[in-house]
Ligand binder design. Structure first.
Ligand code: HAM
Length: 418
């Protein structure tokens, strides 16, 4: 067995890691503007948490969990998190916030694990940047989450379409579910193997049948079953989205693959990723806190698929490797001592500096400075040391001049800021 990386897992090296970092930084900056606080939660939880929230009959829990028995006496079954929402809800209840201070706004960033079939944009470990808002049942909150997502994608220059829907609530959802069940029974012969299982257990998922995409067009639409309150809520969401110029369409067949949703659901679609086109997804989950043992508090949120955004944005600016402002070349042992000092002073002035290995000759080191894309090569030899100067070679302009050692950091920092 070769020690290669696992299927569906990625090593992000250099520019690829940077691309993911840029997406994260952008999402973080936007979330901060919306007065949302960071939350960090564990990667491991009890499997039961996901069974009771994401849903036992969902593909995520049924087929894609990385779960194993712990070494404790009870052999508790643990699972790597496939998504962030259940853990955040658990943490919120654990901290007693559902009773003491229910209105909370959280964002999180980190890896999620799903044992899916790998393909472009679909990995077994991927990063989500998620937002969860508690204690807000109003439509403005749903709309603001989408407006926030829209700001984020605009900042990155990404073309997308928002698809929105309402799944109704405990009041009107049962009628929609029954209508789907009846429709499913009538069309079962045209559906896939999975749908035969889904029919009785989770009829909403029939709309995701991949065998005959056209079939879903004849299915009942959730919008035809909404009660008065749900209809009003969704109307308000639509009005606010239109006002904010969010490019959205209503997709009455958008049911989402996780069980906890009520009312508003949405997915953000980018054509640039291929088949895995949902780059952000979310919705309202008003019954979830209570279902997990907390108070009856409303919830709504979304998660950004960070790698999918990075793929969609595969532009030059993500491919720029971080090049140093200066590479320092020291010739001889005493010069090395002084070069370490010089590097420290330059970093203190905010410059990006790499001290090259003193074990090679000048020519090889100049080639190295060029290869790593350094703007300047700074050369310190015995002669320069004796005179208290540094040779500064501008590798872009191919010029060289001498600068007093004590002045190099300030001078190059000033030039970099021009
Ligand atoms: P989700 O639709 O399962 O929702 O995932 C959200 C996003 O994560 C997807 O739109 C996609 O961009 C990304 N994603 C999912 N699976 C993969 C994968 N295997 N590889 C790469 N990217 C992937 C949730 O997870 C909900 N917790 C969102 C939410 C938060 N709803 C309310 N609050």
């Amino acid at each position: 067995m070769g020690l290669t990386r696992l299927r569906g897992f990625q090593d992000l090296i250099g520019p690829d890691a940077r691309a993911v970092g840029i997406v994260e930084d952008c999402a973080r900056a936007v979330a901060e503007r919306y007065s949302i606080n960071e939350i960090r939660i564990p990667l491991l939880e009890r499997l039961e948490l996901y069974q009771r929230s994401t849903g036992e009959t969902t593909d995520v829990v049924e087929k894609q969990m990385y779960a194993f028995a712990d070494r404790d006496e009870a052999q508790t079954t643990l699972a790597l998190r496939p998504e962030g929402t259940p853990g955040v809800v658990r943490a919120y209840i654990d901290a007693g916030l559902d009773r003491s201070d229910p209105e909370q706004r959280f964002y999180y960033y980190g890896p999620m694990f799903r044992r899916e079939r790998p393909q472009k944009g679909r990995f077994r470990q991927f990063n989500q940047f998620g937002v969860e808002i508690f204690g807000r049942a109003d439509a403005a909150c749903d709309a603001e989450l989408m407006i926030m997502t829209d700001e984020f994608r605009r900042e990155l220059g990404l073309e997308v379409e928002f698809q929105v829907n309402s799944l109704g609530d405990a009041n009107c959802r049962p009628a929609f579910r029954n209508a789907l069940l009846e429709w499913g029974r009538a069309h079962l012969d045209k559906m896939c193997e999975d749908c035969h299982q889904r029919l009785e257990r989770n009829p909403l998922r029939l709309l995701d049948c991949k065998v005959d995409a056209k079939l879903a067009e004849s299915a009942p639409r959730s919008s035809d079953y909404l009660c008065e309150d749900c209809r009003k809520h969704f109307g308000m969401v639509e009005e606010l989205l239109a006002k904010a110029d969010v490019p959205y369409v209503v997709n009455p067949r958008l049911v989402r693959g996780l069980d906890y949703y009520t009312r508003t659901t949405f997915e953000v679609i980018s054509k640039a990723v291929g088949a895995q086109s949902a780059v952000v997804a979310g919705g309202r989950y008003d019954g979830l806190v209570e279902a997990l043992g907390g108070a009856a508090v409303a919830g709504t949120g979304f998660a950004i698929g960070v790698e999918r955004i990075a793929i969609a944005l595969e532009t030059e600016r993500f491919k720029i490797k971080g090049a140093p402002d200066a590479a320092i070349i020291a010739m001889g042992e005493r010069a090395t001592v002084s070069a370490v000092d010089l590097a420290k002073a330059m970093r203190g002035a905010g410059l990006r500096v790499e001290l090259l290995s003193p074990e090679r000759g000048l020519k090889a080191l100049l080639r190295r400075a060029d290869k790593i894309g350094a703007r300047y090569a700074l050369i310190v030899g015995e002669n320069e040391l004796a005179r208290g100067v540094v040779q500064v070679r501008d590798l872009k302009a191919s010029t060289q001049r001498e600068i007093a050692s004590g002045a190099v950091a300030a001078e190059l920092a000033a030039a970099a800021n021009d």
